[in-house]
Design a protein around this ligand. Structure first.
Ligand SMILES: *[C@@H]1O[C@H](CO)[C@@H](O)[C@H](O)[C@H]1NC(C)=O
Ligand SMILES: *[C@@H]1O[C@H](CO)[C@@H](O)[C@H](O)[C@H]1NC(C)=O
Length: 317
């Protein structure tokens, strides 16, 4: 498997030229699936073994250039395990802790494991009843979200419990989104659900409150926020359209389709493609917006340039 190159482009009013980041798993075989991101931290996964499936996980801050290898989660030692694994990375503000959540279908149960950067170990949580169909959990407002067969679920990172969110009533069967990476999107810190029509895409915001209770989401908690029209020359067939950012004046949205990024003007409903300098010719498969942060990746971290020839890792803690 070829490894992936990661690029970052600064964004203030507009996108600046992109620059190459130093993928810490670049030299590893089977490396670098993006399994989540939160506050500038990125969760990368690599397949260590296929049957039983064993995933190695790394938390990486591309801006401080530190990364940390997580210990292998105990569930992965199940000998019969062949199935499906989902991940997520989120922030528990009540405990000021970053948490990795792994849902693994093992022996007919959906085991849930949580790794806290502070405690530095994997803890088993209560099993999830439904089967998850989106692989990467989306972090918004203190919870991680996935789509299951018949509903959407949120995992409250403070209480470490799941809560249900009904799917939009007329959005079709959830299986429509089977394995779809981007069936749920986070935009401006909120969770959105894109609903596709022939010529328009409506974005619904999910209104949830995870502050006090296990998570409270009531019927009718989807609120239509904006609609993208004239989508004829926008490629949204493979992946749903991803909103990335509002323009400074709020009149336009930076969106991502299968071909790249473009501005969509909310008033006159026109779109304009953006060429990002510094990117390679091959299309980029994933984009996400993150805040450049100095968040620590925790104990036992390493410098992501350690493999660079002649480089001395003087940042080692
Ligand atoms: C739409 O609005 C934007 C921003 O005001 C402007 O730059 C663009 O020219 C407008 N396009 C049309 C077709 O009116
Ligand atoms: C769609 O087509 C219009 C007119 O040719 C062009 O200005 C615009 O940049 C295109 N939009 C995208 C997202 O490719």
């Amino acid at each position: 498997m070829d490894s992936t190159d990661f690029y970052a482009a600064d964004f203030e009013d507009d996108l600046k030229a992109a620059f190459l980041l130093n993928n810490p798993l670049k030299s590893q075989h089977g490396g670098d699936l993006v399994c989540g991101s939160c506050n500038g931290l990125t969760l990368l996964g690599m397949i260590i073994n296929l049957t039983p499936l064993i995933m190695g996980l790394v938390i990486w801050n591309p801006f401080t250039r530190r990364y940390k290898k997580l210990p292998v989660c105990p569930v992965q030692t199940f000998p019969s395990y062949r199935g499906f694994m989902c991940f997520g990375l989120g922030y528990d503000s009540a405990h000021d802790d970053y948490k990795v959540v792994m849902i693994s279908k093992a022996d007919d149960s959906n085991q849930v494991w949580v790794f806290g950067l502070k405690s530095d170990f994997w803890r088993r949580s209560r099993d999830l009843e439904d089967e998850v169909t989106t692989s990467v959990g989306r972090f918004a407002n203190g919870a991680l979200y996935w789509i299951c067969k018949s509903k959407c679920v949120g995992f409250n990172l403070k209480k470490e419990v799941f809560f249900d969110i009904p799917l939009l009533s007329d959005c079709g069967p959830a299986s429509l989104f089977f394995n779809s990476f981007d069936a749920l999107v986070v935009f401006g810190g909120n969770l959105f659900f894109p609903k596709l029509h022939d010529k328009t895409i409506e974005f619904y915001l999910v209104v949830s409150d995870v502050s006090d209770k296990g998570g409270e989401v009531v019927e009718g908690s989807w609120r239509k926020e904006f609609t993208v029209e004239n989508v004829e020359n926008i490629s949204h067939d493979v992946f749903p359209l991803l909103p990335l950012a509002y323009s400074k004046d709020g009149g336009s949205i930076l969106l991502l389709d299968s071909s790249g990024v473009f501005w969509y003007n909310l008033e006159n409903k026109t779109n304009q493609r953006v060429i990002i300098a510094g990117l390679p010719d091959v299309p980029c498969s994933r984009y996400s917006v993150c805040w450049e942060s100095l968040v620590s990746v925790g104990k036992d971290s390493a410098f992501d340039g350690a493999a660079e020839e002649g480089r001395i890792d003087d940042l080692e803690e």
